[in-house]
Design a protein around this ligand. Structure first.
Ligand code: SAH
Ligand code: TMP
Ligand code: ZN
Length: 422
C-alpha cells in the first residue's frame, strides 16, 4: 500500500509560498506502525522529504499522511515511559498551576495529552481540565489516572463543542503534538474559539536549530510534519491573528522550544525573545548553504553507521538496538539496516514488544531480557534518554558492553579498542 499524495508542486502548507527541498529520505513506513510478524506484507509506505518555504521559512515535509494512518487506537507511543519526561511535565504543570491558574475556576485544555503525563499534575491539584487525543489506547491510559479526556482530533469543530460544554480555557497546552498537525489553520481557528481573551496558548516542540546543529536527522519522520524555528513560528501565529509573547529553550528530546502565544497586546512580550531571534539569525536557519551542509552530514552518518555495523558483524560481534523510537524508523529505513546488522531492539513499551520495527523488521524485546544474553554493542536509538538508559543498564557497560551513537556523528561509548568510529 502507498500512502503518499501525488508529488504536486511543493507549495507551503501554511502560506502557499514555494518550498525548496532540503533532503529526500526516500521510501519510509509509518514510523509508529510496529508490525506483527504475520502482517509484514501489508505495511504502508510513503515518501519522506523535507523542505523549507522561501516565504515564511517553515520547514515541512513534502508528503502528508492521512492523520488516521498515524493516530488511532493502537498508536503505541506512551509519554510516561520516560522518568525524565515525567519530571519535565510535572515541573511545568506545577508552575502553571501556581502562576496562570490562580482564578476562581480555571480550565486547562491539552491538545495531544497522550497518557496524561502533563495533566496528571493538573488533575492532582484539582484544576478543571480536558485532554484531547485521538489515540484511544493512550487516552484510556490517561483516563485510568483520573484525567478527563476526549478521544478526538482537536480541530475547530471540537474546540467549539468544548467551549459550549465547559466554557473558555485559561490555558491551552500542547507538547510534541503541534508539529504533527498539518491542518494547522483549523487548529488555530479552534484555539481562537476556545481561548479566554487573556488566556495563554503554550506549546513546545523539537527545535530546528538543535536538529540542524547536531545532525538530528532522525527527528524527521512522518509525524513531524513541521520542524519549527522561532522565525517560522512567529510567522505562523501572526498569520492566524496571535502574538508570540515568549519562548524558552528546553533540553528535552535533544533540544526543544516552549512557545507562549496570546491574543495581540494581551501579554507583555518576554525579554528573552530578541536574544533568541538573534541567535537564530546567527545560526543561519534560513540559509540554504547551511541546510545543504545538513544534507551532507546526513549522508556521511549513513555511510559511517553502515560501515561500522558491517565491520562489527564481519568481526563476529553481536549488535542490538535500544529504544524502538519513531526516530529509529528514519535511521533504519534510510540506512537500509535490518536483522542482518542489528539483531533486535530493546524497548520498555508493552505495546511495542512482540512486534517488529516498521519497514526494517527488527524484533522489539522487553528490556528485562537484555541481561539474559548481552550483545557486544548496542545502538542507542533513544539517544535523547541516554542518561536514564545508561544508568539503568550500568551492568551492561560494566561487563564491557559498548554503546553506539550516530548523532551528532557516529561514535562508540565505553571501552577502547574498536571504539573509534569507522
Ligand atoms: N504530549 C505528549 C504526547 C506527544 S505524542 C508528549 O509530549 O509526550 C503526540 C500525540 O498527539 C499523540 O498521542 C497523538 O495521538 C496526538 N495527536 C495527533 N493529532 C492530534 C490532534 N489533532 N489533536 C489532539 N491530539 C493529536
Ligand atoms: P522517544 O525518544 O520518542 O521519547 O521514545 C523513547 C522510546 O524508548 C520509547 O519507545 C520508550 C523507550 N525507552 C526505553 O525502552 N527505556 C527507557 O528507559 C526509556 C526512557 C525509554
Ligand atoms: Zn510558507
Amino acid at each position: 500500500m502507498t500512502l503518499e499524495t501525488p508529488p504536486a508542486a511543493r507549495t507551503c502548507r501554511l502560506c502557499g509560498g514555494s518550498v525548496s527541498e532540503i533532503f529526500d529520505f526516500g521510501r519510509q513506513p509509518v514510523s509508529n506502525a510496529f508490525v506483527k510478524a504475520e502482517d509484514t506484507g501489508r505495511e504502508a509506505f510513503h515518501h519522506l522529504a523535507v523542505g523549507i518555504c522561501s516565504s515564511c521559512s517553515m520547514v515541512q515535509l513534502s508528503d502528508e499522511l492521512p492523520r488516521e494512518a498515524m493516530f488511532h487506537e493502537d498508536y503505541p507511543y506512551r509519554s510516561s515511559e520516560s522518568a525524565l519526561m515525567r519530571q519535565h511535565f510535572e515541573a511545568f504543570a506545577g508552575n502553571l498551576v501556581r502562576t496562570e491558574l490562580t482564578g476562581p475556576d480555571p480550565f486547562v485544555v491539552e491538545i495531544g495529552c497522550n497518557d496524561g503525563i502533563m495533566l496528571k499534575t493538573v488533575s492532582d491539584h484539582g484544576v478543571r481540565h480536558l485532554g484531547v487525543d485521538p489515540s484511544r489506547g493512550a487516552a484510556e491510559a490517561a483516563a485510568a489516572k483520573g484525567i478527563d479526556v476526549r478521544v478526538d482530533f482537536f480541530e475547530e469543530s471540537v474546540a467549539r463543542e468544548i467551549r459550549q460544554a465547559h466554557g473558555r480555557a485559561d490555558v491551552i497546552f500542547s507538547a510534541n503534538t503541534f508539529s504533527h498537525i498539518s491542518y494547522i489553520d483549523s487548529i488555530f481557528r479552534g484555539i481562537d474559539e476556545l481561548l479566554a481573551d487573556d488566556g495563554l496558548f503554550v506549546f513546545e516542540d523539537r527545535y530546528l536549530g538543535d536538529i540542524v546543529e547536531k545532525n538530528y536527522f532522525d527527528q524527521i519522520y512522518d509525524e513531524h510534519f513541521y520542524l519549527f524555528s522561532l522565525h517560522s513560528v512567529r510567522a505562523m501565529v501572526e498569520r492566524f491573528g496571535f502574538e508570540l509573547v515568549d519562548a524558552q529553550r528546553l533540553a528535552v528530546h535533544g533540544g526543544a522550544v516552549r512557545y507562549s502565544v496570546a491574543r495581540p497586546g494581551a501579554r507583555k512580550p518576554g525579554t528573552a525573545l530578541p536574544r533568541l531571534f538573534a541567535h537564530e539569525r546567527d545560526l543561519g536557519l534560513n540559509d540554504r548553504v547551511k541546510l545543504a551542509r545538513f544534507g551532507v552530514n546526513i549522508r556521511r552518518i549513513r555511510h559511517d553507521l553502515v560501515a561500522l555495523l558491517t565491520e562489527l558483524k564481519g568481526k563476529g560481534f553481536r549488535v542490538a538496538g535500544y529504544g524502538a523510537t519513531s526516530k529509529s524508523a528514519t535511521v533504519l529505513n534510510y540506512c537500509g539496516i535490518g536483522t542482518d546488522l542489528v539483531e533486535c531492539v530493546y524497548d520498555s513499551t508493552p505495546e511495542k514488544q512482540g512486534r517488529l520495527t516498521p519497514g526494517s523488521h527488527l524484533p522489539v524485546v522487553a528490556p528485562e531480557r537484555f541481561a539474559e544474553d548481552y550483545p557486544d554493542y548496542v545502538v542507542l536509538f533513544a539517544w535523547n534518554h541516554a542518561e536514564e538508559i545508561l544508568a539503568k543498564e550500568q551492568a551492561f557497560t560494566a561487563q564491557g558492553g559498548r554503546w553506539i551513537l550516530y548523532v551528532p556523528d557516529v561514535h562508540v561509548l565505553g571501552g577502547g579498542g574498536l571504539a573509534a568510529a569507522a
